[in-house]
Ligand binder design. Structure first.
Ligand code: M6R
Length: 613
């Protein structure tokens, strides 16, 4: 939530900052703003709405050239998304500019104190207090880094703060607690950003910043300390993907590109981790075999789409390992006094690795003595760094707010872990292991086949785009797929959609069925014991007037007479079907949003990485 960029070096800072903001706009798009240091002054410009508004404003009234700049794209928390509340926020004398991601929880008391001291605040944000506190602090400790360290000690909550000062043309200072911040180390230039995509076109060398740290960058130096000023050893790493991976690459939408990348993302996540005999190698998994053998409970925790991948994985983990699995929304988990012991494993799933609810849940689990395994797509992000172990998904950068390829790779990573666990504990499933391995290996091709045939959903979207509501039904692993189909539609097409376990229909939801109501049904493979039951469910809703859109495997003719539309899926075992059935639902929600004229990549009110609780 909120994208942050800082730059110092020989390039025109404004260009670097705006380019970085363009790549980070998926993190928030309520307003955008920049500040550059030039001629002993801070020049700032900020505009409500998307980055394009700010760019138009700067084009009509250019800012001065500068070697030092900061920029921000906002997802509003405190104060409406207008020009005044946009970042940067300046001190009263204009000597200091601050941008911020997170929430300063004690801002109200700090604001009241500042007002009592005669300071006039201009905005409704929590951020502005930091600019005023810093302006006061530099009078006591003139070094900007020292001043920021001092001020941070008076703040509570979550924050990444990035600061420039008018008399320090070659310095950007930043602090981090609970919100993301990475350093890009260049040649004679350095960068700060919420994530590496902002500077990947300039350098692939990145530095992870830890909790409660301050970084000071100049063109030729990067200094990192803790909030007390003690030097900190940093971990530098090379980003494995390049700028092209974060571009649209000929597609109109990031979401369409990311849907199309799913066969490769799945293949990359499997690569080198499983052979066709079914042997899984997770060599870098930092959980010792003794612990794996003793696990007596697994709790999966995550949010949104990542939570749905956990719901699917529960079926496979329990089936293959016989370990009980609970799946819990991260925002609920730590507030219910969960029972955790040193033999509990908590699995935290997160594409971004920064989701605050998930981070807080995993921290809580560790405090209670449980071990935490992260399933994550973002190298060096906070959740894997604070976990006992991590399995990275190799989906590549996911830019569209609606998660697609991350979801499929999360399922794959969790399946690999389940197989590894079964293998380690000797709950081996013999012959079945190699069959599962073969099925997993065939998934990239099968997803490709679904992509080839799923374009028909565009016609369905045109036909039903005026519906007031759409329902999704599934059973077993098809139930979380139904939940995911509904979530995608809500977030992209802004319409009521709900996923139900088809067996629950008769216990209430069937009352919703009326003439013409579109109902998607995910039908398991013919040999699945639930197949015939769900075919009955289709008949039940059809008999009450529903328009049925049925996803069923090739050759399943039993559904023909009850379906208004049929989407065919390649044959596969039930546990693999979510990797195929989800894909047409992703395309459908994308098409629905397009037909309705909505912004698919940046849906209203949302942000890609949710770094507030
Ligand atoms: O980065 P995370 O995987 O932790 O994000 C979790 C959810 O915020 C995310 O999946 C969200 O639900 C997506 N926008 C759904 O498409």
């Amino acid at each position: 939530m909120c994208g942050i960029v800082g730059y110092v070096g020989p390039q025109q800072a404004l260009d670097v900052v705006i380019e970085g903001l363009r790549r980070l706009e998926y993190r928030g798009y309520d307003s955008a703003g920049v500040a550059v240091v030039a001629g002993g002054e801070i020049n700032s410009r900020k505009k409500a709405g998307k980055l394009a508004n700010l760019e138009a404003d700067i084009a009509s009234n250019p800012l001065e050239r500068s070697s030092t700049g900061i920029g921000h794209t906002r997802w509003a928390t405190h104060g409406a998304p207008n020009d005044v509340n946009a970042h940067p926020h300046l001190s009263e004398d204009g000597s200091i500019a601050v941008i911020h991601n997170g929430i300063i929880e004690n801002f109200a008391s700090l604001r009241d104190k500042l007002i009592g001291e005669g300071v006039s605040l201009r905005s409704q944000t929590d951020t502005e207090v930091v600019a005023h506190l810093l302006a006061k602090q530099v009078l006591v400790t003139p070094n900007l880094g020292d001043a920021l360290r001092e001020v941070c000690q008076s703040l509570t909550g979550a924050f990444t703060l990035v600061v420039v000062q008018k008399d320090n043309p070659d310095l950007v200072v930043a602090a981090r607690r609970n919100s993301p911040l990475v350093v890009g180390r260049g040649q004679g230039e350095n960068f700060l950003a919420s994530d590496v995509s902002a500077f990947i076109a300039h350098t692939r060398n990145a530095i992870e910043l830890g909790q409660d740290q301050v970084v000071e960058i100049t063109p030729n130096s990067v200094k990192v300390t803790d909030f007390q000023g003690n030097p900190v050893d940093v971990v530098e790493y090379e980003v494995t993907w390049d700028a092209a991976a974060a571009e649209k690459g000929g597609y109109d939408l990031f979401m369409l590109k990311e849907i199309a990348e799913q066969p490769k993302a799945v293949a990359d996540t499997l690569l080198g981790r499983i052979d066709l005999s079914g042997k899984v190698s997770l060599d870098d998994l930092a959980l010792d075999k003794k612990f794996l053998k003793n696990i007596d409970k697994i709790i999966i925790t995550a949010c949104g789409t990542a939570y749905h991948s956990g719901l699917i994985a529960k079926y496979a983990i329990e089936h293959w390992t016989r370990i009980p699995v609970e799946v819990e929304l991260a925002s609920e988990f730590r507030y219910r006094d969960p029972i955790l012991t040193p033999t509990s494993l908590v699995v935290a799933i997160s594409q971004s690795g920064e989701t605050m609810d998930t981070l807080m849940a995993m921290r809580y689990a560790r405090e209670q003595g449980a071990k935490v395994l992260a399933i994550c797509n973002t190298n060096g992000s906070t959740i894997p760094r604070e976990s006992d172990a991590v399995i990275y998904t190799h989906a590549g950068p996911e830019i569209a707010v609606a998660s697609t390829k991350a979801f499929l790779t999360q399922i794959v990573a969790l399946y690999l872990f389940a197989m590894y666990l079964a293998q380690t504990r000797g709950t081996g499933f013999g012959e079945a292991a190699s069959e599962i391995a073969l099925e997993l290996a065939s998934m990239p091709n099968k997803i490709d086949l679904v992509l080839d045939t799923a374009q028909g959903v565009k016609k369905i979207a045109e036909e039903i785009h005026n519906a007031n509501s759409i329902l999704f039904l599934g059973r077993s692993v098809g139930f979380p797929v139904a939940l995911e189909g509904a979530l995608k539609l809500k977030e992209l097409a802004y319409m009521h959609a709900e996923g139900f376990a088809a067996g629950e229909l008769k216990h209430g939801p069937i009352a919703l069925i009326e003439d013409g109501l579109p109902v998607f049904v995910i039908v398991p493979p013919v040999e699945d014991e639930l197949h015939d039951k769900i075919v009955s469910n289709i008949q039940e809703v059809r008999a009450r007037g529903a328009k049925t859109i049925v996803l069923a495997e090739e050759g399943d003719e039993s559904i023909n007479e009850f379906a208004d539309h049929i989407m065919r899926l390649p044959k596969c075992p039930s546990l693999m079907q979510p990797l195929l059935a989800t894909v047409p639902l992703q395309i459908f929600s994308c098409e629905m949003a397009t037909v309705k004229g909505y912004d698919v990549d940046q849906p209203r009110n949302l942000a890609k990485s949710v770094t507030v609780e």
